[in-house]
Design a protein around this ligand. Structure first.
Ligand code: DGJ
Length: 589
Protein backbone atom coordinates (compact mmCIF):
# COMPACT_ATOMS: atom_id res chain seq x y z
CA UNK A 1 0.00 0.00 0.00
CA UNK A 2 1.39 3.37 -0.95
CA UNK A 3 0.10 6.59 0.58
CA UNK A 4 -0.17 9.60 -1.65
CA UNK A 5 1.88 12.37 -0.11
CA UNK A 6 1.08 16.04 -0.48
CA UNK A 7 3.93 18.50 -0.56
CA UNK A 8 2.21 21.76 -1.22
CA UNK A 9 4.35 24.73 -2.07
CA UNK A 10 2.72 28.09 -1.66
CA UNK A 11 3.35 31.67 -2.55
CA UNK A 12 4.23 32.48 1.01
CA UNK A 13 7.63 31.22 2.21
CA UNK A 14 7.31 29.00 5.29
CA UNK A 15 9.59 31.22 7.35
CA UNK A 16 7.44 34.26 6.59
CA UNK A 17 4.59 33.93 9.06
CA UNK A 18 1.41 35.89 8.46
CA UNK A 19 -1.86 35.51 10.31
CA UNK A 20 -4.04 33.06 8.38
CA UNK A 21 -6.48 35.61 6.92
CA UNK A 22 -3.54 37.63 5.66
CA UNK A 23 -2.10 34.57 3.93
CA UNK A 24 -5.28 34.29 1.91
CA UNK A 25 -5.39 38.00 1.28
CA UNK A 26 -1.70 38.04 0.34
CA UNK A 27 -2.11 35.09 -1.98
CA UNK A 28 -5.17 36.68 -3.54
CA UNK A 29 -3.41 40.01 -3.96
CA UNK A 30 -0.34 38.34 -5.42
CA UNK A 31 -2.56 36.90 -8.14
CA UNK A 32 -4.02 40.25 -8.92
CA UNK A 33 -7.47 40.14 -7.37
CA UNK A 34 -8.26 42.74 -4.79
CA UNK A 35 -9.37 41.55 -1.37
CA UNK A 36 -12.69 42.89 -0.16
CA UNK A 37 -13.13 46.30 1.44
CA UNK A 38 -13.23 45.45 5.10
CA UNK A 39 -14.99 42.09 4.72
CA UNK A 40 -13.28 39.50 6.95
CA UNK A 41 -11.55 36.98 4.75
CA UNK A 42 -11.88 33.44 6.03
CA UNK A 43 -8.56 31.60 5.50
CA UNK A 44 -10.48 28.60 4.16
CA UNK A 45 -12.32 30.69 1.59
CA UNK A 46 -11.81 29.58 -1.99
CA UNK A 47 -8.87 31.44 -3.48
CA UNK A 48 -6.22 31.00 -6.11
CA UNK A 49 -2.68 30.17 -5.18
CA UNK A 50 0.53 29.48 -7.07
CA UNK A 51 2.26 26.13 -6.94
CA UNK A 52 5.38 26.22 -9.08
CA UNK A 53 4.23 27.36 -12.51
CA UNK A 54 0.59 26.39 -11.85
CA UNK A 55 -2.26 28.40 -10.38
CA UNK A 56 -4.54 26.24 -8.26
CA UNK A 57 -7.88 26.71 -6.61
CA UNK A 58 -7.55 26.22 -2.85
CA UNK A 59 -10.62 25.43 -0.76
CA UNK A 60 -10.54 24.93 2.99
CA UNK A 61 -6.77 25.02 2.81
CA UNK A 62 -6.49 22.20 0.26
CA UNK A 63 -5.95 22.41 -3.51
CA UNK A 64 -9.09 21.47 -5.39
CA UNK A 65 -9.52 20.08 -8.90
CA UNK A 66 -12.93 20.90 -10.37
CA UNK A 67 -14.47 17.82 -12.00
CA UNK A 68 -17.31 19.93 -13.21
CA UNK A 69 -20.21 20.09 -15.60
CA UNK A 70 -22.51 22.94 -16.55
CA UNK A 71 -26.28 22.77 -16.42
CA UNK A 72 -28.35 23.89 -19.41
CA UNK A 73 -29.13 27.59 -19.14
CA UNK A 74 -32.65 27.32 -17.71
CA UNK A 75 -32.36 24.26 -15.48
CA UNK A 76 -31.27 26.00 -12.28
CA UNK A 77 -34.15 28.49 -12.50
CA UNK A 78 -36.52 25.86 -11.08
CA UNK A 79 -35.69 24.10 -7.85
CA UNK A 80 -38.40 21.55 -8.64
CA UNK A 81 -36.79 20.77 -11.96
CA UNK A 82 -33.46 20.33 -10.17
CA UNK A 83 -34.85 17.73 -7.72
CA UNK A 84 -34.56 14.96 -10.29
CA UNK A 85 -31.25 16.28 -11.62
CA UNK A 86 -29.16 16.29 -8.42
CA UNK A 87 -28.87 12.48 -8.00
CA UNK A 88 -27.89 12.11 -11.65
CA UNK A 89 -25.14 14.68 -11.17
CA UNK A 90 -23.82 12.73 -8.22
CA UNK A 91 -23.91 9.53 -10.27
CA UNK A 92 -21.77 11.29 -12.89
CA UNK A 93 -18.95 11.61 -10.35
CA UNK A 94 -18.83 15.40 -10.56
CA UNK A 95 -17.62 17.35 -7.60
CA UNK A 96 -18.85 20.73 -8.87
CA UNK A 97 -21.86 21.99 -10.82
CA UNK A 98 -21.81 25.16 -12.88
CA UNK A 99 -25.23 26.80 -12.57
CA UNK A 100 -26.72 30.10 -13.72
CA UNK A 101 -27.96 32.85 -11.45
CA UNK A 102 -29.86 35.41 -13.48
CA UNK A 103 -30.38 39.11 -12.89
CA UNK A 104 -34.08 38.84 -13.80
CA UNK A 105 -34.72 36.31 -11.03
CA UNK A 106 -32.78 37.98 -8.22
CA UNK A 107 -33.90 41.60 -8.79
CA UNK A 108 -37.41 41.47 -10.26
CA UNK A 109 -38.07 45.01 -9.00
CA UNK A 110 -35.31 47.53 -8.82
CA UNK A 111 -33.61 47.41 -5.44
CA UNK A 112 -35.70 44.50 -4.19
CA UNK A 113 -33.81 41.20 -4.12
CA UNK A 114 -35.01 37.62 -3.97
CA UNK A 115 -32.43 34.90 -3.32
CA UNK A 116 -34.80 31.91 -3.01
CA UNK A 117 -33.36 30.27 -6.11
CA UNK A 118 -29.76 30.84 -5.01
CA UNK A 119 -30.47 29.46 -1.54
CA UNK A 120 -32.23 26.44 -3.00
CA UNK A 121 -29.28 25.72 -5.28
CA UNK A 122 -26.85 25.93 -2.39
CA UNK A 123 -29.07 23.67 -0.29
CA UNK A 124 -29.37 21.17 -3.15
CA UNK A 125 -25.62 21.15 -3.71
CA UNK A 126 -24.90 20.66 0.00
CA UNK A 127 -27.43 17.86 0.33
CA UNK A 128 -25.62 16.07 -2.50
CA UNK A 129 -22.10 16.84 -1.34
CA UNK A 130 -21.40 18.97 -4.40
CA UNK A 131 -19.84 22.38 -4.89
CA UNK A 132 -21.12 25.16 -7.13
CA UNK A 133 -19.62 27.60 -9.55
CA UNK A 134 -22.23 30.28 -10.13
CA UNK A 135 -22.56 31.92 -13.53
CA UNK A 136 -23.74 35.52 -13.29
CA UNK A 137 -26.09 36.08 -16.22
CA UNK A 138 -26.21 39.85 -15.78
CA UNK A 139 -25.84 42.22 -18.71
CA UNK A 140 -24.86 39.64 -21.32
CA UNK A 141 -25.36 36.05 -22.35
CA UNK A 142 -23.92 34.92 -25.73
CA UNK A 143 -23.52 38.52 -26.85
CA UNK A 144 -27.17 39.36 -26.18
CA UNK A 145 -28.93 41.02 -23.28
CA UNK A 146 -31.85 38.76 -22.49
CA UNK A 147 -31.48 37.97 -18.79
CA UNK A 148 -32.14 41.44 -17.38
CA UNK A 149 -35.26 42.18 -15.38
CA UNK A 150 -38.10 43.81 -17.32
CA UNK A 151 -37.43 47.16 -15.65
CA UNK A 152 -34.07 47.15 -17.45
CA UNK A 153 -35.21 45.65 -20.76
CA UNK A 154 -38.03 48.12 -21.21
CA UNK A 155 -36.15 51.30 -20.31
CA UNK A 156 -33.73 51.80 -23.18
CA UNK A 157 -33.49 55.53 -22.56
CA UNK A 158 -31.89 54.76 -19.20
CA UNK A 159 -30.18 51.51 -20.23
CA UNK A 160 -28.94 52.07 -23.78
CA UNK A 161 -28.26 49.34 -26.34
CA UNK A 162 -25.48 48.80 -28.86
CA UNK A 163 -26.26 50.37 -32.24
CA UNK A 164 -25.33 49.00 -35.64
CA UNK A 165 -23.61 50.91 -38.43
CA UNK A 166 -26.86 50.93 -40.42
CA UNK A 167 -28.65 52.52 -37.46
CA UNK A 168 -31.02 50.77 -35.09
CA UNK A 169 -30.32 48.88 -31.90
CA UNK A 170 -29.17 45.33 -31.26
CA UNK A 171 -30.48 43.42 -28.22
CA UNK A 172 -27.19 44.08 -26.44
CA UNK A 173 -26.67 46.55 -23.62
CA UNK A 174 -23.84 48.86 -24.56
CA UNK A 175 -20.78 48.47 -22.36
CA UNK A 176 -20.21 52.20 -22.85
CA UNK A 177 -22.89 53.20 -20.36
CA UNK A 178 -22.34 53.98 -16.70
CA UNK A 179 -26.03 53.39 -16.01
CA UNK A 180 -25.87 49.86 -17.41
CA UNK A 181 -22.69 49.07 -15.52
CA UNK A 182 -23.85 50.53 -12.22
CA UNK A 183 -27.17 48.69 -12.27
CA UNK A 184 -25.46 45.39 -13.06
CA UNK A 185 -22.74 45.99 -10.45
CA UNK A 186 -25.36 46.77 -7.77
CA UNK A 187 -27.22 43.54 -8.42
CA UNK A 188 -24.01 41.52 -8.56
CA UNK A 189 -22.75 43.08 -5.33
CA UNK A 190 -26.05 42.13 -3.67
CA UNK A 191 -25.58 38.54 -4.86
CA UNK A 192 -22.03 38.38 -3.52
CA UNK A 193 -23.11 39.94 -0.20
CA UNK A 194 -25.77 37.27 0.09
CA UNK A 195 -23.26 34.52 -0.72
CA UNK A 196 -20.98 35.83 2.02
CA UNK A 197 -23.89 35.75 4.46
CA UNK A 198 -24.98 32.21 3.65
CA UNK A 199 -21.78 30.51 2.50
CA UNK A 200 -18.69 32.22 3.92
CA UNK A 201 -18.21 29.32 6.35
CA UNK A 202 -19.19 26.33 4.25
CA UNK A 203 -17.65 27.26 0.91
CA UNK A 204 -20.16 25.46 -1.23
CA UNK A 205 -19.71 28.16 -3.87
CA UNK A 206 -16.15 28.07 -5.21
CA UNK A 207 -15.93 30.57 -8.02
CA UNK A 208 -18.03 33.00 -10.02
CA UNK A 209 -18.30 33.49 -13.75
CA UNK A 210 -19.04 37.15 -14.44
CA UNK A 211 -21.47 37.50 -17.41
CA UNK A 212 -21.58 34.92 -20.18
CA UNK A 213 -19.83 35.00 -23.57
CA UNK A 214 -19.99 38.76 -23.94
CA UNK A 215 -19.23 40.81 -27.03
CA UNK A 216 -21.14 42.38 -29.90
CA UNK A 217 -22.80 39.95 -32.31
CA UNK A 218 -23.95 40.99 -35.80
CA UNK A 219 -21.68 44.06 -35.73
CA UNK A 220 -17.95 44.38 -35.23
CA UNK A 221 -18.37 47.29 -32.81
CA UNK A 222 -20.89 49.59 -31.23
CA UNK A 223 -21.82 52.59 -33.44
CA UNK A 224 -24.02 54.30 -30.82
CA UNK A 225 -23.33 57.91 -29.76
CA UNK A 226 -21.20 57.16 -26.68
CA UNK A 227 -19.19 54.53 -28.54
CA UNK A 228 -18.68 56.75 -31.60
CA UNK A 229 -17.37 59.56 -29.39
CA UNK A 230 -14.97 57.22 -27.62
CA UNK A 231 -13.87 55.63 -30.91
CA UNK A 232 -12.99 59.03 -32.36
CA UNK A 233 -10.93 59.84 -29.25
CA UNK A 234 -7.52 58.64 -28.14
CA UNK A 235 -6.59 55.23 -26.80
CA UNK A 236 -6.81 55.58 -22.99
CA UNK A 237 -3.50 55.99 -21.22
CA UNK A 238 -4.13 52.99 -18.95
CA UNK A 239 -4.25 50.71 -21.99
CA UNK A 240 -1.30 52.35 -23.71
CA UNK A 241 0.79 52.18 -20.53
CA UNK A 242 -0.06 48.51 -20.08
CA UNK A 243 0.96 47.65 -23.62
CA UNK A 244 4.19 49.62 -23.34
CA UNK A 245 4.99 48.09 -19.93
CA UNK A 246 4.32 44.54 -21.18
CA UNK A 247 5.62 45.00 -24.73
CA UNK A 248 7.85 41.92 -24.68
CA UNK A 249 5.30 39.74 -22.95
CA UNK A 250 2.32 40.45 -25.22
CA UNK A 251 0.75 37.60 -27.19
CA UNK A 252 2.43 37.55 -30.61
CA UNK A 253 -0.83 38.21 -32.48
CA UNK A 254 -1.31 41.55 -30.70
CA UNK A 255 2.36 42.48 -30.69
CA UNK A 256 2.61 41.87 -34.47
CA UNK A 257 -0.44 44.01 -35.10
CA UNK A 258 0.83 46.84 -32.94
CA UNK A 259 4.26 46.70 -34.63
CA UNK A 260 2.68 46.59 -38.09
CA UNK A 261 0.93 49.85 -37.26
CA UNK A 262 4.12 51.60 -36.19
CA UNK A 263 4.24 50.61 -32.46
CA UNK A 264 2.69 53.95 -31.56
CA UNK A 265 2.45 54.75 -27.89
CA UNK A 266 -0.39 57.24 -28.25
CA UNK A 267 -2.97 58.27 -30.78
CA UNK A 268 -6.52 57.54 -31.82
CA UNK A 269 -7.73 53.94 -31.87
CA UNK A 270 -7.19 53.63 -35.62
CA UNK A 271 -3.79 55.37 -35.42
CA UNK A 272 -2.57 52.76 -32.98
CA UNK A 273 -4.36 49.60 -34.12
CA UNK A 274 -5.12 50.14 -37.80
CA UNK A 275 -8.38 50.00 -39.68
CA UNK A 276 -11.65 48.38 -38.68
CA UNK A 277 -14.47 46.95 -40.74
CA UNK A 278 -14.69 48.68 -44.15
CA UNK A 279 -17.73 51.02 -44.05
CA UNK A 280 -20.96 49.45 -45.24
CA UNK A 281 -19.78 45.83 -44.87
CA UNK A 282 -22.63 43.57 -43.82
CA UNK A 283 -21.63 40.99 -41.24
CA UNK A 284 -22.52 37.53 -42.51
CA UNK A 285 -24.06 35.07 -40.07
CA UNK A 286 -21.17 32.71 -40.71
CA UNK A 287 -17.92 33.28 -42.55
CA UNK A 288 -18.34 30.38 -44.91
CA UNK A 289 -16.42 30.36 -48.18
CA UNK A 290 -17.69 32.36 -50.07
CA UNK A 291 -17.60 35.21 -48.94
CA UNK A 292 -14.18 34.03 -47.77
CA UNK A 293 -11.78 32.25 -50.06
CA UNK A 294 -10.97 28.67 -49.08
CA UNK A 295 -7.54 29.78 -47.89
CA UNK A 296 -8.98 32.59 -45.77
CA UNK A 297 -11.48 30.16 -44.33
CA UNK A 298 -8.66 27.93 -43.10
CA UNK A 299 -6.48 30.72 -41.68
CA UNK A 300 -8.51 33.82 -40.82
CA UNK A 301 -9.99 32.36 -37.65
CA UNK A 302 -6.60 32.53 -35.94
CA UNK A 303 -6.01 36.20 -36.72
CA UNK A 304 -7.18 39.63 -35.75
CA UNK A 305 -9.60 40.69 -38.48
CA UNK A 306 -10.74 44.36 -38.39
CA UNK A 307 -8.50 44.64 -35.31
CA UNK A 308 -9.36 48.07 -34.05
CA UNK A 309 -13.06 47.22 -33.74
CA UNK A 310 -12.36 44.15 -31.65
CA UNK A 311 -9.68 45.81 -29.49
CA UNK A 312 -11.90 48.85 -28.86
CA UNK A 313 -14.80 46.65 -27.77
CA UNK A 314 -12.54 44.36 -25.71
CA UNK A 315 -11.30 47.36 -23.75
CA UNK A 316 -14.79 48.63 -23.01
CA UNK A 317 -16.20 45.22 -22.07
CA UNK A 318 -13.17 44.63 -19.84
CA UNK A 319 -13.58 47.98 -18.06
CA UNK A 320 -17.29 47.35 -17.49
CA UNK A 321 -16.80 43.78 -16.25
CA UNK A 322 -13.98 44.93 -14.01
CA UNK A 323 -16.32 47.36 -12.25
CA UNK A 324 -18.94 44.63 -11.83
CA UNK A 325 -16.36 42.15 -10.50
CA UNK A 326 -14.81 44.72 -8.16
CA UNK A 327 -18.22 45.54 -6.70
CA UNK A 328 -18.78 41.82 -6.08
CA UNK A 329 -15.33 41.18 -4.64
CA UNK A 330 -15.76 44.10 -2.25
CA UNK A 331 -18.56 42.01 -0.71
CA UNK A 332 -17.04 38.55 -1.02
CA UNK A 333 -13.77 38.04 -2.90
CA UNK A 334 -14.29 34.67 -4.56
CA UNK A 335 -12.11 33.96 -7.60
CA UNK A 336 -13.82 35.23 -10.75
CA UNK A 337 -13.54 34.40 -14.43
CA UNK A 338 -15.09 35.31 -17.77
CA UNK A 339 -15.90 32.83 -20.54
CA UNK A 340 -15.48 33.20 -24.28
CA UNK A 341 -17.38 32.37 -27.45
CA UNK A 342 -14.34 31.57 -29.58
CA UNK A 343 -13.41 32.82 -32.99
CA UNK A 344 -13.49 29.74 -35.21
CA UNK A 345 -13.52 28.58 -38.82
CA UNK A 346 -17.09 29.54 -39.69
CA UNK A 347 -17.04 32.49 -37.28
CA UNK A 348 -13.83 34.22 -38.23
CA UNK A 349 -14.79 37.90 -38.29
CA UNK A 350 -15.66 39.89 -35.17
CA UNK A 351 -19.42 40.10 -35.11
CA UNK A 352 -19.83 36.53 -36.37
CA UNK A 353 -18.52 35.69 -32.91
CA UNK A 354 -18.99 38.24 -30.11
CA UNK A 355 -16.59 41.11 -30.81
CA UNK A 356 -14.79 42.28 -27.70
CA UNK A 357 -14.99 39.04 -25.72
CA UNK A 358 -11.77 37.66 -24.21
CA UNK A 359 -10.57 35.77 -27.32
CA UNK A 360 -6.86 34.91 -27.15
CA UNK A 361 -5.62 37.61 -29.53
CA UNK A 362 -6.96 40.35 -27.22
CA UNK A 363 -6.23 38.66 -23.89
CA UNK A 364 -3.69 41.35 -22.97
CA UNK A 365 -6.34 44.04 -23.49
CA UNK A 366 -8.57 42.15 -21.09
CA UNK A 367 -5.75 41.70 -18.59
CA UNK A 368 -5.09 45.45 -18.76
CA UNK A 369 -8.75 46.41 -18.43
CA UNK A 370 -10.03 43.85 -15.96
CA UNK A 371 -7.48 43.07 -13.25
CA UNK A 372 -10.33 41.96 -10.95
CA UNK A 373 -10.93 39.01 -13.29
CA UNK A 374 -8.64 36.14 -12.33
CA UNK A 375 -9.06 33.88 -15.34
CA UNK A 376 -9.97 34.34 -19.00
CA UNK A 377 -11.61 31.08 -20.00
CA UNK A 378 -12.43 29.47 -23.37
CA UNK A 379 -15.70 27.68 -24.10
CA UNK A 380 -13.74 25.05 -25.96
CA UNK A 381 -16.08 23.15 -28.28
CA UNK A 382 -13.87 23.38 -31.38
CA UNK A 383 -11.86 20.41 -32.67
CA UNK A 384 -8.61 22.30 -32.03
CA UNK A 385 -8.98 21.81 -28.27
CA UNK A 386 -5.28 21.58 -27.43
CA UNK A 387 -4.37 24.60 -29.54
CA UNK A 388 -7.09 26.69 -27.89
CA UNK A 389 -5.96 25.65 -24.40
CA UNK A 390 -2.37 26.50 -25.21
CA UNK A 391 -3.38 29.95 -26.46
CA UNK A 392 -5.23 30.62 -23.21
CA UNK A 393 -2.37 29.29 -21.12
CA UNK A 394 -0.17 32.32 -21.83
CA UNK A 395 0.69 35.58 -20.08
CA UNK A 396 0.10 34.07 -16.65
CA UNK A 397 -3.51 33.13 -17.43
CA UNK A 398 -4.48 29.86 -15.71
CA UNK A 399 -6.47 27.33 -17.71
CA UNK A 400 -10.11 26.76 -16.79
CA UNK A 401 -12.60 25.14 -19.18
CA UNK A 402 -16.12 26.19 -18.17
CA UNK A 403 -17.80 24.72 -21.26
CA UNK A 404 -16.77 21.96 -23.60
CA UNK A 405 -17.73 18.52 -24.85
CA UNK A 406 -18.56 15.53 -22.71
CA UNK A 407 -18.44 11.88 -23.82
CA UNK A 408 -15.23 10.09 -24.65
CA UNK A 409 -13.82 13.20 -26.28
CA UNK A 410 -14.49 15.26 -23.16
CA UNK A 411 -12.90 12.59 -20.97
CA UNK A 412 -9.66 12.69 -22.98
CA UNK A 413 -9.67 16.49 -23.02
CA UNK A 414 -10.20 16.74 -19.26
CA UNK A 415 -7.30 14.40 -18.49
CA UNK A 416 -5.03 16.23 -20.93
CA UNK A 417 -5.95 19.69 -19.58
CA UNK A 418 -5.46 18.71 -15.92
CA UNK A 419 -2.20 16.88 -16.58
CA UNK A 420 -0.58 18.93 -19.28
CA UNK A 421 -1.61 22.52 -18.65
CA UNK A 422 -2.49 22.38 -14.94
CA UNK A 423 -6.15 23.18 -15.57
CA UNK A 424 -8.24 24.27 -12.58
CA UNK A 425 -11.50 22.95 -14.01
CA UNK A 426 -13.04 20.96 -16.82
CA UNK A 427 -16.76 21.17 -17.44
CA UNK A 428 -18.89 19.80 -20.29
CA UNK A 429 -22.05 21.76 -21.07
CA UNK A 430 -25.67 20.60 -20.67
CA UNK A 431 -24.99 17.89 -18.09
CA UNK A 432 -28.65 17.65 -17.01
CA UNK A 433 -29.39 16.18 -20.44
CA UNK A 434 -26.74 13.47 -20.26
CA UNK A 435 -25.87 12.78 -16.63
CA UNK A 436 -26.00 9.09 -15.71
CA UNK A 437 -23.82 6.62 -13.87
CA UNK A 438 -21.55 4.72 -16.21
CA UNK A 439 -21.37 7.28 -19.00
CA UNK A 440 -18.00 7.92 -20.60
CA UNK A 441 -17.72 11.09 -18.50
CA UNK A 442 -18.71 9.39 -15.23
CA UNK A 443 -16.17 6.60 -15.78
CA UNK A 444 -13.39 9.06 -16.59
CA UNK A 445 -14.28 11.35 -13.68
CA UNK A 446 -14.20 8.34 -11.38
CA UNK A 447 -10.64 7.57 -12.48
CA UNK A 448 -9.62 11.24 -12.31
CA UNK A 449 -11.06 11.46 -8.78
CA UNK A 450 -8.78 8.60 -7.74
CA UNK A 451 -5.62 10.31 -8.96
CA UNK A 452 -6.67 13.90 -8.16
CA UNK A 453 -4.44 14.16 -5.07
CA UNK A 454 -1.46 13.14 -7.21
CA UNK A 455 -2.43 15.51 -10.02
CA UNK A 456 -2.72 18.37 -7.55
CA UNK A 457 0.59 17.49 -5.95
CA UNK A 458 2.39 17.44 -9.29
CA UNK A 459 0.74 20.40 -11.04
CA UNK A 460 3.15 23.26 -11.62
CA UNK A 461 6.34 21.23 -11.71
CA UNK A 462 7.99 19.05 -14.30
CA UNK A 463 6.94 15.64 -13.00
CA UNK A 464 3.63 15.24 -14.83
CA UNK A 465 2.60 15.19 -18.47
CA UNK A 466 -0.36 14.12 -20.56
CA UNK A 467 -0.80 13.13 -24.18
CA UNK A 468 -3.76 12.69 -26.48
CA UNK A 469 -3.48 9.87 -29.00
CA UNK A 470 -5.81 9.49 -31.96
CA UNK A 471 -7.21 6.46 -33.69
CA UNK A 472 -5.30 7.47 -36.84
CA UNK A 473 -2.35 5.96 -35.03
CA UNK A 474 0.39 8.62 -34.86
CA UNK A 475 2.40 7.86 -31.70
CA UNK A 476 2.87 10.76 -29.27
CA UNK A 477 5.90 11.26 -27.09
CA UNK A 478 6.88 13.26 -24.03
CA UNK A 479 10.00 13.45 -21.92
CA UNK A 480 9.59 12.98 -18.19
CA UNK A 481 12.65 12.76 -15.96
CA UNK A 482 15.05 10.09 -17.19
CA UNK A 483 12.62 8.71 -19.76
CA UNK A 484 11.14 9.45 -23.13
CA UNK A 485 7.60 8.09 -23.03
CA UNK A 486 5.78 7.05 -26.19
CA UNK A 487 2.06 6.37 -26.29
CA UNK A 488 0.59 4.43 -29.22
CA UNK A 489 -3.06 3.93 -29.89
CA UNK A 490 -3.72 0.35 -28.88
CA UNK A 491 -7.41 -0.36 -28.85
CA UNK A 492 -7.44 -4.08 -28.36
CA UNK A 493 -10.52 -5.51 -26.76
CA UNK A 494 -10.60 -8.27 -24.19
CA UNK A 495 -10.52 -10.84 -27.03
CA UNK A 496 -8.63 -10.61 -30.32
CA UNK A 497 -9.05 -7.50 -32.49
CA UNK A 498 -10.14 -3.94 -31.82
CA UNK A 499 -12.57 -3.20 -29.03
CA UNK A 500 -15.82 -2.20 -30.77
CA UNK A 501 -16.31 1.02 -28.87
CA UNK A 502 -12.78 2.33 -28.64
CA UNK A 503 -12.95 6.12 -28.89
CA UNK A 504 -11.38 8.25 -31.57
CA UNK A 505 -9.13 10.12 -29.15
CA UNK A 506 -7.83 8.89 -25.82
CA UNK A 507 -5.54 10.39 -23.21
CA UNK A 508 -2.62 9.15 -21.20
CA UNK A 509 -1.59 10.88 -17.98
CA UNK A 510 1.93 10.20 -16.69
CA UNK A 511 3.05 11.11 -13.19
CA UNK A 512 6.63 10.53 -12.19
CA UNK A 513 6.53 9.53 -8.52
CA UNK A 514 10.22 8.61 -8.33
CA UNK A 515 13.21 8.47 -10.69
CA UNK A 516 12.04 5.13 -12.14
CA UNK A 517 8.42 5.06 -10.89
CA UNK A 518 5.31 6.17 -12.72
CA UNK A 519 1.61 6.27 -12.03
CA UNK A 520 -0.24 6.22 -15.34
CA UNK A 521 -3.87 6.74 -16.18
CA UNK A 522 -4.78 5.62 -19.66
CA UNK A 523 -7.14 3.94 -22.04
CA UNK A 524 -6.59 2.17 -25.36
CA UNK A 525 -2.88 2.94 -25.40
CA UNK A 526 0.39 1.04 -25.34
CA UNK A 527 3.09 2.91 -23.45
CA UNK A 528 6.80 2.48 -24.22
CA UNK A 529 9.74 3.91 -22.27
CA UNK A 530 13.09 4.90 -23.72
CA UNK A 531 16.15 6.04 -21.80
CA UNK A 532 17.35 9.58 -22.13
CA UNK A 533 21.03 10.43 -21.83
CA UNK A 534 22.25 6.79 -21.86
CA UNK A 535 21.80 5.52 -25.42
CA UNK A 536 23.24 2.06 -24.69
CA UNK A 537 20.69 1.36 -21.97
CA UNK A 538 17.49 -0.54 -22.53
CA UNK A 539 14.51 -0.13 -20.26
CA UNK A 540 12.93 -3.08 -18.55
CA UNK A 541 9.61 -3.29 -16.78
CA UNK A 542 10.55 -4.06 -13.18
CA UNK A 543 7.07 -4.44 -11.80
CA UNK A 544 3.69 -3.49 -13.25
CA UNK A 545 0.51 -3.36 -11.22
CA UNK A 546 -2.99 -2.38 -12.12
CA UNK A 547 -5.10 -1.07 -9.28
CA UNK A 548 -7.23 1.66 -7.82
CA UNK A 549 -6.87 4.43 -5.28
CA UNK A 550 -9.28 4.19 -2.41
CA UNK A 551 -9.28 7.26 -0.20
CA UNK A 552 -5.80 8.09 -1.38
CA UNK A 553 -4.32 4.61 -0.84
CA UNK A 554 -3.15 2.42 -3.69
CA UNK A 555 -4.95 -0.90 -3.74
CA UNK A 556 -3.15 -3.19 -6.18
CA UNK A 557 -5.09 -5.53 -8.43
CA UNK A 558 -3.40 -7.91 -10.86
CA UNK A 559 0.38 -8.02 -11.19
CA UNK A 560 0.79 -7.60 -14.96
CA UNK A 561 3.39 -9.45 -17.00
CA UNK A 562 3.69 -11.59 -20.09
CA UNK A 563 0.82 -11.17 -22.53
CA UNK A 564 -0.51 -8.16 -20.60
CA UNK A 565 2.74 -6.21 -21.21
CA UNK A 566 3.12 -6.24 -25.03
CA UNK A 567 6.53 -7.40 -26.27
CA UNK A 568 7.53 -7.49 -22.57
CA UNK A 569 8.42 -3.84 -22.87
CA UNK A 570 5.20 -1.84 -22.97
CA UNK A 571 2.23 -1.21 -20.75
CA UNK A 572 -1.15 -1.86 -22.28
CA UNK A 573 -4.22 0.04 -21.14
CA UNK A 574 -7.46 -1.70 -22.09
CA UNK A 575 -9.86 0.02 -24.46
CA UNK A 576 -13.00 -0.32 -22.36
CA UNK A 577 -12.38 2.45 -19.83
CA UNK A 578 -9.66 4.53 -18.17
CA UNK A 579 -7.60 2.55 -15.71
CA UNK A 580 -4.54 3.10 -13.55
CA UNK A 581 -1.21 1.28 -13.49
CA UNK A 582 1.94 1.64 -11.41
CA UNK A 583 5.21 0.78 -13.08
CA UNK A 584 8.74 0.53 -11.72
CA UNK A 585 11.37 0.56 -14.45
CA UNK A 586 14.96 -0.64 -14.54
CA UNK A 587 17.78 -0.42 -17.02
CA UNK A 588 19.90 -3.11 -18.66
CA UNK A 589 22.57 -3.14 -21.34
C1 DGJ B 1 -22.38 28.63 -25.02
C2 DGJ B 1 -23.09 29.42 -23.95
O1 DGJ B 1 -22.15 30.05 -23.10
C3 DGJ B 1 -24.02 28.57 -23.13
O2 DGJ B 1 -24.72 29.38 -22.24
C4 DGJ B 1 -24.94 27.80 -24.05
O3 DGJ B 1 -25.72 28.69 -24.78
C5 DGJ B 1 -24.13 26.94 -24.96
N1 DGJ B 1 -23.26 27.77 -25.77
C6 DGJ B 1 -25.00 26.10 -25.86
O4 DGJ B 1 -24.22 25.26 -26.65
Amino acid sequence: MQKITRTMRTLIPRSFKLPAPAIVAAAITALGCAPSRGATVDPGAPHLQRQGTATQLVVDGQPFLIRGAELSNSSASSLDFMKAVWPRLVASRLNTVLATVTWELIEPQEGSFDFKQVDGLIEGARANDLHLVLLWFGSWKNGKSTYQPLWVKTNQARFPLVESERGGSLITLTPLSDANCEADARAFAALMRHLREVDARQHTVLMIQVENEMGVLEESRDYGPAASRAFAGRVPEELMNYLVGHRDALVPELRALWDANGSRTSGTWTDVFGPGKPPGTEIPVRTLAPPMTEQEHETAWRKLVWPVDEIFMAWHYARYVNRVAEAGKAEYPLPMFVNTWLQQRDHAWPGTYPSGGPVPQVMNVWQAGAPAIDVLAPDAYVPEFEEVCERYHRCGNPLLIPESRGGARGAAQAIWAFGNLDAIAYSPFGIDRSAEADTELAQAYDAIAQVSPLILEHQGNTTMAALIVGREGVPQTVRLGRYQIEARYGARGPGPGLAPLSPERVAGLFISTGPDDFVILGRAIDVYFFPTGAPKDSVGLGTVEEGTYMEGRWVPGRRLNGDETPEWKALHFPAERYSIQHVRLYRYH
